[in-house]
Design a protein around this ligand. Structure first.
Ligand code: SF4
Ligand code: SF4
Length: 411
């Protein structure tokens, strides 16, 4: 038995199979056990004690990307994301990896990811490594598995990009002030894509908002929760709740972080987090909800849009990014056939299941190619890394294009 009420959540599945075709692992393997319906049946069997935790169970649950496409497709309202994450945590706790992996994982999860200066320092070292062209030599000597991973690293920012972000900074509203908001900077997002955060702040200030970036904030905790460490997820969540204590909206530009910040009820309960969750807003959601300045400058690019799974499926935000993109003059925007199919990134899935992830990515690349677009636009850190690796081209965040259009309008 996982937790009280879990049985009821599982029993919502009527086994209709409407979720099968949207599931990337079902499309790849074609096995019922690699489909959402099959996984629910497996979890039900374990929950009822009909099967034991065994290798086969772990394999099929582990292969799930938690993309939640099945959740959108399901007519019965099965909370698949919650179910599979509980199952993954259960596996991790009952069947922990060996001490070496556990120690390494704990170091990364507790002493690297939540510490901004550690992540930025590591990013800086990797930046030097890329700039010195040492990567060409290293690639030559690396074993093939590591070579593949090394190639996934996107071009990293110069440390100059971090100068824009200083402790507890308040960015002034431009023109008439409309309000005051917090900005959630993220962990990998802050280190790998500071220019995306900068663009987001520029868009918000251009729209009349004073933007506060508190230094006490840290990683959202999604990586800990999904990695089987709910206790540490609580530690970072508490730090965030303390850092963002003023009752103003908290704007997020990374879909994965936004989805988890909106799910802090899973850590502390519904009532205790109601107000907190009300204040979390994806930047696209916030701008469309409150109205935004229509850009006048031209951005001439042929683009297509990739729905991040944690924006479209987890937060139900699909219209707003498109509404914003369609206001930018000069953009030639063509939709993919399946813009909300996962790109295969899924946290660290593209590292731990590199071969499956590559198959999913290849499916996505064919879809992108058929649009004739030169660039993909998205709204999530992981998608930006994965699609940069896949397309070999610059992948943009929506806010970068909107900020650029505002700038071009002034010229
Ligand atoms: S998860 Fe939903 S869509 Fe999939 S089989 Fe169950 S009820 Fe049908
Ligand atoms: S979350 Fe994604 S990968 Fe997992 S079962 Fe659902 S559709 Fe398939």
């Amino acid at each position: 038995m996982f937790f009280e009420g879990f049985e009821e959540k599982l029993s919502k599945c009527v086994h209709c199979g409407m979720c099968l075709s949207v599931c990337p692992t079902y499309r790849i393997f074609g096995f019922e056990t690699d489909s959402p319906r099959g996984r629910i049946t497996l979890i039900q069997a374990l929950n009822d004690g009909r099967i034991k935790l065994n290798e086969e169970f772990v394999k099929h649950i582990d292969r799930c990307l938690d993309c939640r496409a099945c959740q959108t497709a399901c007519p019965s309202g099965v909370e698949y994301g919650l179910i599979v994450e509980e199952a993954k945590t259960y596996i991790y706790l009952k069947n922990p990896p060996n001490i070496l992996i556990r120690t390494l994982k704990n170091i990364v999860m507790r002493f690297v990811i939540p510490k901004r200066w550690v992540l930025r320092t590591l990013t800086f070292l990797l930046y030097i490594y890329q700039k010195s062209r040492l990567n060409r030599i290293v690639r030559f000597v690396l074993p093939s598995g590591l070579k593949k991973l090394e190639k996934m690293l996107p071009p990293l920012p110069s440390p100059r990009e971090y100068r824009y972000f200083v402790k507890d900074k308040v960015y002034k509203a431009k023109g008439q002030k409309r309000g005051r908001v917090y900005f959630f900077a993220g962990c990998v997002q802050d280190s790998f894509f500071p220019y995306v955060n900068r663009a987001t702040i520029e868009v918000l200030t251009h729209n009349g908002y004073e933007v506060v970036v508190p230094s006490g904030q840290t990683c959202c905790g999604a990586v800990h929760m999904h990695g089987g460490d709910p206790e540490y997820a609580k530690v970072v969540a508490k730090k965030n709740m303390e850092a963002f204590r003023e009752d103003i909206p908290i704007i997020v530009n990374a879909a994965g972080c936004g989805a988890f910040l909106k799910e802090y009820n899973r850590l502390f309960g519904e009532e205790e987090t109601r107000e907190w969750r009300r204040r979390i807003k994806d930047v696209n959601e916030f701008l469309v909800e409150n109205g935004f300045v229509k850009p006048e400058g031209v951005v001439r690019l042929k683009i297509t849009y990739q729905d991040p799974c944690h924006l479209a499926h987890a937060q139900g935000i699909r219209k707003q990014p498109r509404e914003i993109l369609k206001t930018i003059p000069g953009l030639d925007f063509t939709e993919m056939k399946h813009p909300d199919y996962c790109c295969g990134s899924a946290g660290i899935y593209n590292i731990v299941h590199h071969d499956i992830s590559t198959k999913i990515l290849n499916e996505k690349l064919k879809d992108i190619e058929s649009t004739g677009a030169d660039h993909v636009v998205t709204a999530n850190t992981g998608c930006q890394i994965q699609l940069t690796y896949g397309t070999g081209r610059r992948v943009f965040h929506i806010m970068e294009l909107l900020a650029e259009a505002y700038k071009n309008g002034k010229r």
